[in-house]
Design a protein around this ligand. Structure first.
Ligand SMILES: Cc1cc2nc3c(=O)[nH]c(=O)nc-3n(C[C@H](O)[C@H](O)[C@H](O)COP(=O)(O)OP(=O)(O)OC[C@H]3O[C@@H](n4cnc5c(N)ncnc54)[C@H](O)[C@@H]3O)c2cc1C
Ligand code: FES
Length: 259
């Protein structure tokens, strides 16, 4: 893990709410794994004080570039979207435990809710390199919140749902699960907690292993402040895990869903 002032190569609005930031960060690009994240200091001053966590969406180890897909939600993400090429950004990472990928090829289901699609992109690429067979489910409340910048179609059979029916099938992403029915060796997911909880019930009943990336609010990102503590099951009792260092990816069986 390193802290670097990296150069911003490009900031591109990819839809109404999403921006793609491309950074020149060779050391990060050489060491990052799918599902890991970085902590970004969005401004040089004290406001906002805390770094903001973003998944590493994509990278190119040869070119030394790294991409973050940012949804504008509040002050910090808006400040990131307003950055210009040539500016430098203070980035700490790679952080956390990413997705586990088995060397043995198989069939995987990837489920992304809203910006949860961001970390699934590099995962899909790596699984495809290992010749896994992939199905991707993408959902959002409306068409404008679908992460369209991420086009999985050449990697996977992709099915889309929106709550209001403005794109794909009308309804929650979990409505797509029967359509995606198959035998999966692994299911991976990132998105809102209720979506992950519903998915955990479905995978448990079907007997599929599920890895989830938990998008908890963080402060230090390095296991110091306990700001990201999440209850997890351990030997029939409940402990607290630090999402920033022990996650953000967990086996769904470990997570306490009904807090
Ligand atoms: C491991 C991890 C990976 C992430 N990856 C990405 C990513 O790839 N792209 C991306 O756009 N966002 C990602 N996030 C969420 C991102 O960190 C928050 O959206 C961001 O910190 C909000 O900062 P802000 O200053 O814009 O908003 P704030 O002003 O801090 O908050 C604005 C709103 O966003 C909500 N919010 C803040 N943090 C989170 C969070 N972690 N999860 C859900 N809602 C939040 C607040 O509750 C509030 O409603 C990730 C979070 C984690 C923990
Ligand atoms: S964010 Fe500080 S311990 Fe995890």
């Amino acid at each position: 893990m390193e802290c670097n002032k990296v150069e911003i190569l490009a900031v591109k609005a990819v839809s109404q709410h999403y921006y793609l930031l491309t950074l020149m960060a060779p050391r990060l690009a050489r060491s990052v794994r799918p599902g890991q994240f970085v902590q970004v200091r969005v401004a040089d001053g004290l406001d906002p004080l805390l770094r903001r966590p973003f998944s590493v969406h994509d990278w190119d180890a040869k070119q030394g570039t790294v991409a973050l897909l940012v949804q504008v939600r509040g002050k910090g993400s808006k400040m990131l979207a307003d950055k210009r090429p040539g500016e430098r950004l203070d980035v700490l990472g790679p952080l956390g435990r990413g997705f586990e990928i088995s060397e043995t090829k198989g069939r995987a289901l990837l489920v992304g809710g809203g910006i949860g699609a961001a970390p699934l992109w590099s995962l899909a690429r790596q699984l495809k390199d290992k010749t896994w067979d992939l199905t991707v489910l993408l959902g959002a409340s409306a068409d404008s919140l679908l992460v369209k910048a991420v086009d999985f179609s050449h990697l996977a059979n992709t099915i889309i749902a929106t709550d209001d029916g403005s794109a794909g099938i009308k309804g929650k992403i979990t409505k797509l699960l029967p359509l995606a029915a198959s035998d999966y060796n692994q299911v991976y997911a990132c998105g809102p907690k209720p979506m992950l909880a519903a998915l955990a019930v479905w995978t448990k009943a079907a007997g599929f292993p599920l890895q989830v990336s938990l998008d908890e609010v963080m402060a230090c990102g390095m296991g110091v402040c306990l700001g990201c503590a999440q209850p997890v099951k351990h030997n029939k009792s409940v402990n607290y895990a630090k999402v920033c260092t022990q996650g953000p990816v967990f086996d769904a069986d470990e997570v306490v869903w009904n807090e």
